[in-house]
Design a protein around this ligand. Structure first.
Ligand code: AMP
Ligand code: MN
Ligand code: MN
Length: 326
């Protein structure tokens, strides 16, 4: 982590009375963990952050301390706010449609996505730490700010979910040291795991079952793709956030290099999730279509022409797989 840059970010955050914190649409555990973790740290210093995410809080992460602080994105830039802070978000568009017309420039971006172009005045992007929550831990530690059990719980949840429970490639000694420090500071790994992984709604389970049944293997069984059709939601009663984790269920199939998930929306749009075992760089595939992410996990969003774009992405995956040397 660039210490001089980190210090500038600390100074900017410290100087704001009411920073407005944002994260990405379709928020995950790192999005909420980072948002709430930083909010607790700032509140403990007497600051008054506001927390915004498209659609507001989702039930699965309601167990996080302070989750009732999370609000939907307002129609206009909240004029009382004195800093525009964006966490865990790889592009300006992913802050949410409602924010795109705001004249207010983004002051601080804190992230770990290698594809992040840096769309703020200060951009602390640390790809060697596998979750924004981990970057925030190092930042708050460097600032010498208090890390309460609530802060530690939120940051640990972000770190744990973005590393697939400390299983993915980015998990190294530093990741585990950060996790250990957070446990020392009051995070309870078993309680957090119970909420994040060991408890799902029946609706979520139903959606998972419908989706997994669509698995189709191609490229000599080196790639597999899943499809979510709009009616899967009415059939299962699940919500859009319930897709999180489904793709991981098939990425682990032996012989697969790449897994993809195509979610069609009723308006003809398409959301794509890509996962790689590591040999294929799915970030470069996603980036070539205007998406992004990391080498082993990336995503793309197409506003229209869902089927045509699905075929283009599948062709790009086939090309990357055929370029691999066996
Ligand atoms: P997902 O497949 O939605 O779990 O996302 C995998 C990774 O790719 C995450 O790190 C996301 O932040 C990133 N990502 C997903 N969709 C996009 C997108 N449309 N643009 C840029 N990055 C994305
Ligand atoms: Mn995220
Ligand atoms: Mn993240």
């Amino acid at each position: 982590m660039d210490k001089a840059l980190a210090q500038k970010v600390i100074d900017r955050l410290a100087s704001a009375k009411s920073p407005a914190l944002f994260t990405h649409l379709r928020p995950d555990g790192d999005a909420f963990g980072s948002l709430l973790g930083l909010a607790h740290a700032l509140k403990d210093r007497g600051q008054n952050p506001t927390l915004h995410v498209e659609g507001g809080m989702i039930p699965m992460y309601r167990f996080l301390p302070g989750s009732d602080l999370v609000e939907d994105i307002p129609g206009q830039w909240p004029t009382k706010a004195d800093a525009f802070v964006v966490l865990d978000t790889s592009t300006r568009e992913r802050v949410g449609k409602k924010t795109l017309g705001w004249k207010q420039p983004v002051d601080v971006v804190i992230d770990h996505h290698i594809s992040n172009p840096g769309f703020g005045s200060l951009n602390l992007i640390v790809p060697e730490i596998p979750a924004t929550a981990g970057v925030l831990f190092r930042l708050v530690e460097m600032a010498g700010w208090k890390i309460s059990p609530a802060t530690a719980t939120c940051l640990y949840a972000g770190l744990s979910t973005d590393t697939g429970s400390f299983r993915y490639r980015g998990t190294d000694a530093q990741t585990l040291r950060i996790a250990a420090s957070l446990v020392d500071l009051g995070a309870d790994p078993s309680e957090i795991a119970k909420n994040c992984y060991l408890s799902i709604t029946q609706q979520r389970y139903h959606l998972k079952k419908l989706t997994i049944e669509t698995l189709s293997l191609k490229d000599n069984k080196k790639s597999g793709f899943l499809t979510i059709m709009p009616d899967f939601y009415s059939k299962s009663g699940a919500k859009s956030e319930d897709t999180e984790g489904i793709i991981e269920e098939v990425t682990c199939i032996q012989g697969l290099e790449v897994a993809s998930l195509f979610e069609f929306s009723p308006d003809g749009g398409l959301r794509v999730s890509l996962r790689s075992k590591g040999r294929v760089d799915v970030n470069s595939i996603a980036s070539s279509f205007g998406g992004g992410g990391h080498r082993a996990a990336a995503g793309i969003r197409f506003p229209k022409d869902g089927e045509k774009n699905r075929d283009l992405v599948l062709a790009s995956i086939s090309k990357a797989i055929s370029a691999l040397k066996d």
